[in-house]
Design a protein around this ligand. Structure first.
Ligand SMILES: Nc1ncnc2c1ncn2[C@@H]1O[C@H](COP(=O)(O)OP(=O)(O)OP(=O)(O)O)[C@@H](O)[C@H]1O
Ligand SMILES: [Mg+2]
Length: 340
């Protein structure tokens, strides 16, 4: 349990009503009374969140990792007051997202899954309009907007209209907009989707900097590497349920099979499988033509013995690849599916 979490959800549940005639998606029909675990009301109803309990500490870089349809955007939409939960509660800095949505909005900045700047405005106008919405004086807003554009590396694009900005520049503008009212929590929904590798790395640097300044960041992603590199803690979600929550290192330590060693031989590896399987600490052995694949508790400790076995089988090792336990292997073990 986290002492005084800045974000706390309790049994958060979301059912999107099915396509019944006369039933509004965003109307009062959403406020169905419901206990966690109850069955959906109609066969066409979609249970997007199945009772989510989450706590995020102030200053944490927190990740929601899950495949398409896991419920990541739904979770963010509820936390950012865009969608009401069907049942359960969510607090941001002590404010209830449903009953105190105005207070919540002042404390959060949101970068949505699809950039949605006002396309008829310039970059800086987008920031100034947003600042005005929060009642920030024009002179303060102008100073802040320029600082943010500079910090995000798009100062030279200040007077460019949105359609003239690249996808990566628009994404940065969305981050600037989310920060103009100086929120304590920044939410980003899949911020690097669609960016080229260079733009992705640049965005990672920006997020690291914002985190280093003490901001709480909540980011969704389905890129394991991104979650692993950036986040202090991760929640792995699938089908609206929390499967695991921990630091990337602890999650990886839970991945089965330990280290994966892949030895490429100069010929068929079949004869090596038997002896390799008897080495202490070896959990699983697979061979495929000249590939000898070994899952071992401690990879480094068996390398020498594996090379010896290969040698005794009259073969030579031409390449060795060592892969540490990954979030991918953990995800496969939890869901039986690949993440990406
Ligand atoms: N407005 C809606 N109406 C009906 N069903 C919805 C709506 N929004 C989301 N869903 C459904 O809820 C489930 C969770 O969707 P959500 O968008 O939260 O997932 P996600 O993890 O963000 O996925 P992605 O990685 O594709 O963005 C999915 O089954 C989705 O089809
Ligand atoms: Mg989504």
């Amino acid at each position: 349990m986290i002492l005084a979490p800045i974000i706390a959800t309790r049994a958060l549940r979301k059912i999107y009503p099915g396509s019944k005639p006369g039933r509004s998606l965003f109307g009062g029909g959403l406020a169905l009374p419901g206990a966690p675990g109850m069955t959906p009301r109609s066969p066409t109803d979609v249970v997007a969140l199945e009772g989510l309990d989450l706590e995020v500490a102030a200053g944490e870089f927190f990740g929601l990792l899950g495949p398409n349809g896991a419920g990541k955007t739904t979770t963010l939409d509820i936390l950012t007051t865009r969608t009401r939960p069907t049942s359960g509660t969510a607090l941001i800095d002590g404010a209830d997202v449903v009953r105190e949505s105005v207070r919540v909005k002042q404390r959060i900045g949101v970068v949505p899954q699809r950039p949605n700047p006002d396309r008829s405005l310039t970059a800086i106008e987008n920031l100034l309009f947003h600042a005005a919405y929060f009642g920030i004086s024009k002179s303060v807003a102008l100073t802040r907007a320029r600082e943010l554009l500079a910090m995000l590396g798009i100062a030279t694009r200040e007077t460019a209209r949105v359609p003239e900005l690249s996808g990566g520049q628009q994404q940065r503008l969305m981050i600037a907009r989310a920060l103009i009212h100086q929120p304590s929590v920044l939410f980003l929904d899949e911020p690097t989707v669609g960016l080229d590798p260079q733009a992705r790395l640049a965005l990672w640097e920006i997020l690291r900097k914002l985190h280093a300044e003490g901001r709480t960041i909540v980011m969704t992603t389905h890129y394991m590497e991104e979650a692993d590199r950036l986040c202090d803690r991760l929640a792995i979600v699938d089908h609206g349920r929390l499967l695991a929550i921990d630091t990337p290192a602890n999650l990886k330590a839970r991945a089965p099979g330990g280290t994966l060693l892949e030895l490429t031989l100069d010929g068929d590896a079949g004869g090596c499988a038997g002896p390799a399987g008897h080495l202490p600490g070896v959990l699983r052995v697979e061979t495929s033509r000249e590939l000898l694949r070994v899952f071992a508790r401690r990879g480094e400790e068996v390398i020498a013995q594996l090379i010896k076995i290969v040698d005794q089988a009259g073969r030579t090792v031409t390449n060795i690849h060592l892969a540490p336990p990954s979030l991918e292997t953990l995800f496969i073990s939890l869901t039986g599916r690949k993440l990406e």
